[in-house]
Design a protein around this ligand. Structure first.
Ligand code: UT7
Length: 323
């Protein structure tokens, strides 16, 4: 019996035009460029302009990914959008993207796993494609984190940014050693739900709320969770730190990325870093980083690419993709 695999056909991204530097932030909150760079590696972040919504960012990234894939929107029959900052409580922002692309066929929905959102969305889309039920998917991560930040809280507001990234996946006959999503591994542990959360919501306060985080606690768990789930990906495929070409981690903190890579024995030159320019864009960070590394020629067809993310919930996950 033939088997299907989800192959990446293209990727794209969108960043809002407004850039907020650390120096600029330090004028309104008690912080400094030195502190932010040393503790996080972040130098600047992009901020959506008034009226620019998550679905606008997602639509721009989706269009860029379709163009990169050389595909028409009409070829897409599944849209999975990872976001924790939707335009509205409902409907899903994914349907706004679907409408923006002029699609009335297939289906679209949001996935909410905070910073792990893109790995979750990729996994879900992959399952639909390899089942043979759908043929081509847009997998998008898009966030307007600036809208849920408490801009008076220096422990969180310096960390996050806005942006969107997308990949186009297509179901093709699996070939031994061939391209596509090779394995995905998802985890969550709700005991930690109070360590990184938003203090509002429709059924609790009736407000949108603000992001709250016990940063040190999240940091303490991050490296162990990330390395565990990457080891799961290596065990499932027989691949290793030596055989991967690129490590494209969620971009929350440079220190977490470096410590994870070091613990796994991944060479620093294989690590794609965008946290300096984007901050933590939650579900958008991985497809933004993928797009950057494909765009500048680092990631090429047939390269073995390792993705991982960890975030609120806690949720975490990994994926190995032969590009
Ligand atoms: O994407 C989802 C997952 N999220 C993450 O991965 C984030 C994980 N956590 C982190 O990245 C780090 O914990 C932070 C970057 C949030 C904080 O770094 P840290 O090295 O853990 O610092 P800390 O929280 O232990 O704070 C050290 C000091 C404190 O002062 P005292 O108590 O030592 O006097 C803070 O009040 O730094 C102070 N501080 C700041 N100082 C200047 C906290 N935020 C700031 C700031 N500017 N923005």
């Amino acid at each position: 019996m033939s088997r299907l695999r989800s192959v990446v056909r293209g990727c794209g991204s969108y960043l809002p035009a407004d850039v907020l530097s650390n120096e600029e932030l330090a004028k309104s909150v008690d912080t400094s460029d030195d502190w932010i760079v040393q503790r996080t590696g972040i130098r600047q972040r992009h901020i959506a302009s008034p009226g620019e919504m998550t679905s606008d960012l997602a639509l721009a990234a989706a269009r860029a990914a379709l163009e990169n894939a050389g595909m028409d929107a009409a070829e897409i029959d599944l849209i999975v959008l990872a976001t924790s900052t939707p335009d509205n409580t409902f409907p899903a922002s994914a349907v706004a993207v679907q409408a923006g692309l002029g699609l009335t066929t297939g289906f679209a929905f949001d996935v909410q796993a905070v910073c792990s959102g893109f790995v979750y969305a990729l996994t879900v889309a992959d399952k639909f494609l390899v089942s043979g039920q759908h043929k081509r998917a847009l997998v998008i991560g898009a966030e307007t984190m600036s809208r849920i930040l408490d801009w008076t809280d220096r422990t969180t507001c310096v960390l996050f940014g806005d942006g969107a990234g997308a990949v186009v996946l297509e179901a093709v006959e699996a070939v031994e050693g061939g391209r596509g999503v090779l394995t995905t591994h998802l985890r969550s542990d709700g005991r930690h739900k109070g360590k990184l959360f938003v203090d509002g919501g429709p059924s609790s306060t009736g407000t949108v709320g603000h992001l709250r985080m016990e940063g040190r606690e999240v940091f303490r768990h991050a490296v162990g969770m990330i390395t565990d789930v990457i080891r799961d990906a290596f065990a499932a495929t027989g691949e290793s730190a030596e055989t991967i070409d690129w490590f494209v981690p969620h971009q929350a903190n440079r220190r977490i990325i470096d410590a994870s890579a070091q613990k796994l024995g991944i060479a620093p030159e294989k690590v794609v870093i965008t946290v300096d320019g984007h901050g933590n864009t939650s579900a958008a960070s991985i497809p933004l980083a993928l797009s950057a590394a494909v765009g500048d020629g680092r990631i090429k067809q047939d390269d073995l690419v390792l993705l991982e993310a960890m975030g609120g919930g806690f949720t975490w996950g990994s994926a190995l993709v032969r590009w």
